[in-house]
Design a protein around this ligand. Structure first.
Ligand code: HAM
Length: 410
């Protein structure tokens, strides 16, 4: 028996319906904030991702060559594509630009619970607004979206300039090494690296900064920061909006395009892979040949949100099964058409079973059976049976349709 590729999943109808209903909630929040959906290609030129992140990222991607010898990759994320699209198509559009997407990404990672090789992100990118209200909007939107799904989480907000200030004296290679340890929360590795560099003062300051949870103390630890006023303004907007979050200056984010604010959300009830959202401010447009537009965005790890939500009992729509004798078959089709026109999920017998077998099948799969037998064919009425209560009545078609409860019994 053939199997699906490692790290991918199949979704049966029940799961797809649950996913679509959570997706609809996210879409609705994005719509209310004015974010409009965009779509970019599933694969891109490899260069789009290596330009900023270097060749190392190739290890984590599905890279291939097409028949024309072009180096391509399945997208590992969507921010770079969206900014490429902005540069290609929308440079002159009125700013700010509010875009969102719901799409699959591919990363060549070691699969485990909550970590897949194909996974979905719901993301937003706000392009061309370089202000505190812009950064605050995106962070507030992130919380609004997660709240809409019902997932329980903790939101952590940080800013890279604190860490950058502390590490300013190190060469770029050492900086990357330290940031790498912080991103992986590998504090032993961090201590060892700083030990080798003979930087005990720095080690202490970094530990203080990572543990610090209030803004003024962070300024005291990291020293004078050019963006201080802007940072304070953004944070005061978040507080004024009543956002629940903690400050965390140890957030450095794996993707290395961020320039200022960075934020992450963690689900309360997931194991190791509990990060359900990541984002921040960045500048990529110039690198891709456009203007130096400031941007801020985030992506929700949709699959992790679904895992965190667990089994959510969906209110399924009622299912109507049309049951008929051979002579009632053509009328059954007209009756089915009428139920479908009225908006109901309606199924007819395709197995040419006897009427008894049809009713027994309907009792396993549907909420209502609409019987078109000899009597109904003669009278022009239909018999509708509520399969849960067993109640049944013979009535005109309109009345039967009106009697189906939208939030059916099952
Ligand atoms: P990211 O943190 O790499 O950021 O990914 C965003 C979210 O995608 C993660 O927080 C996680 O929930 C989910 N995710 C990542 N890898 C996997 C995986 N292998 N399996 C399941 N879920 C996964 C970005 O991708 C940025 N583009 C976010 C952004 C948008 N920054 C600015 N705008």
């Amino acid at each position: 028996m053939l199997q699906k590729p490692r790290g991918t999943r199949d979704f049966l109808p029940d799961e797809m319906e649950a996913r679509r209903s959570v997706e609809a909630k996210l879409r609705e929040v994005a719509r209310r904030w004015g974010y409009r959906e965009v779509c970019t290609p599933e694969f891109e030129d490899l260069e789009l991702f290596t330009m900023r992140s270097g060749a190392g990222i190739v290890e984590e991607m599905y890279v291939f060559e097409d028949k024309g010898g072009r180096k391509l990759t399945l997208r590992p994320e969507i921010t770079a594509s969206v900014i490429r699209m902005y540069v290609n198509e929308a440079k002159v559009a009125p700013k700010p630009i509010r875009w969102c997407y719901f799409a699959d990404c591919f990363r060549y990672e070691r699969p485990q619970k909550g970590r897949y090789r194909q996974f979905w992100q719901f993301g937003v990118e706000l392009i061309g607004a370089d202000t505190a209200p812009a950064d605050a909007e995106v962070i507030l939107l992130a919380a609004d979206m997660l709240d809409a799904t019902g997932v329980k989480y903790e939101l952590k907000v940080g800013h890279l300039s604190f860490m950058k200030n502390l590490l300013a004296g190190l060469d770029p290679v050492s900086q990357r090494k330290v940031m790498g340890h912080l991103d992986k929360k590998d504090f032993d590795g961090l201590a060892a690296t700083l030990g080798e560099m003979q930087e005990p003062g720095l080690a202490r300051a970094l530990t203080d900064l990572v543990e610090c949870r209030d803004l003024q103390s962070a300024f005291a630890i990291a020293g004078e920061i050019a963006e201080r006023e802007r940072i304070e303004k953004t944070i005061s907007l978040l507080d004024a909006a009543g956002l629940k979050y903690t400050l965390n200056f140890g957030i450095v984010r794996g993707l290395d395009y961020y320039t200022g604010f960075v934020f992450e959300a963690f689900a309360d009830n997931l194991g190791a892979e509990n990060q359900i959202l990541g984002g921040g401010t960045y500048r990529l447009a110039k690198l891709f040949g456009g203007d130096d537009a400031a941007s801020c965005g985030f992506a929700i790890g949709f699959d992790r949100v679904m895992v965190a939500l667990g089994e959510v009992k969906q209110k399924r729509e009622p299912i109507v099964a049309i049951v008929c004798t051979p002579e009632g078959r053509s009328r059954a089709l007209a009756v089915a058409r009428a139920f479908r026109k009225a908006g109901f999920r309606t199924e007819t017998d395709l197995m040419e079973r006897g009427i008894g077998a049809q009713v027994s099948h309907a009792s396993k799969t549907a909420d209502y059976a609409v019987v078109i037998g000899k009597r109904e064919t003669e009278s022009g009425e239909v018999t509708i049976k509520d399969l849960k209560s067993g109640e049944q009545k013979t009535v005109p078609l309109d009345e039967a349709i009106a009697g189906v409860k939208i939030n059916g019994p099952r």
